[in-house]
Write a protein that binds this ligand. Structure first.
Ligand code: HEC
Length: 193
């Protein structure tokens, strides 16, 4: 009799334990569910703010933002006589994209793979005849590439006619080259190999 009674209590104890375990499991699951829900809400909120705030930055290339100091629009010399024109990070990114597509294969990092002595460093651009470290000079060069001393047409560099890259765009390309020559770490190195 006593044995049975003990058995009975033991069993009900077990049952009790089981149900407590089940209860704990459900509260744990519910807690997990609630925290996942909170996590999702936070995630959706963050994603929302990220997508809303990103377009302003999206158009600025990483290189431009990191190295070319474009928190404010920058002034680029137009003619070497004091006149300047403003370009912002987006303009310079348009310029960089054009450069990557059309010029990089010969001028990676502002160098010159074909004739390393005529790199796109600031010093080289400034000492060319006529100087190419301003918008007008550089655009004129791209429209009709000349030798370094300005005496002859150069058939090495890529000529860029207006019908291909119109004025507004080519100025952004020129502004990118000039700004990169001023600020880009290692831009225009002649130590290629
Ligand atoms: C096929 C290779 C090639 C391509 C593509 C090319 N260039 Fe050149 N570039 C050269 C060579 C070679 C020279 C040197 C020419 C010379 O002095 O006769 C040069 C010279 C230059 C110079 C003069 C540098 C100085 O110090 O005066 C500039 C600026 C320049 N290139 C810009 C560009 C831009 C911008 C593009 C893209 C639109 C471009 N190049 C595409 C080969 C190239």
């Amino acid at each position: 009799m006593l044995r049975r009674l003990l058995d009975f209590f033991e069993k009900s104890g077990t049952v009790d334990n089981n149900s407590r375990e089940k209860y704990q499991k459900t509260t744990f699951a519910r807690g997990l569910f609630v925290s996942i829900r909170y996590l999702l809400v936070v995630l959706v909120f963050c994603l929302g703010t990220w997508t809303v705030s990103s377009p302003a930055h999206a158009a600025v290339n990483q290189y431009v933002r990191r190295y070319l100091d474009v928190a404010e629009p920058v002034a680029i010399a137009v003619d070497g006589k004091g006149e300047t024109k403003q370009f912002d990070g987006e303009d310079l990114s348009v310029g960089q994209n054009l450069f990557s597509k059309n010029c990089q294969r010969c001028h990676v990092g502002g160098s010159n793979l074909i004739d390393p002595t005529v790199s796109l460093s600031l010093e080289k651009l400034a000492n060319a005849t006529p100087p190419r470290d301003n918008l007008n000079g550089l655009v004129a060069f791209m429209r009709q590439p000349m030798t370094y001393d300005g005496q002859d047409e150069s058939f090495w560099c890529r000529e860029v006619p207006e019908s291909w890259i119109p004025q507004e765009e080519i100025e952004k390309l020129a502004a990118f080259v000039i700004r990169a020559a001023q600020k880009g770490p290692g831009w225009g190195t002649e130590d290629l190999f």
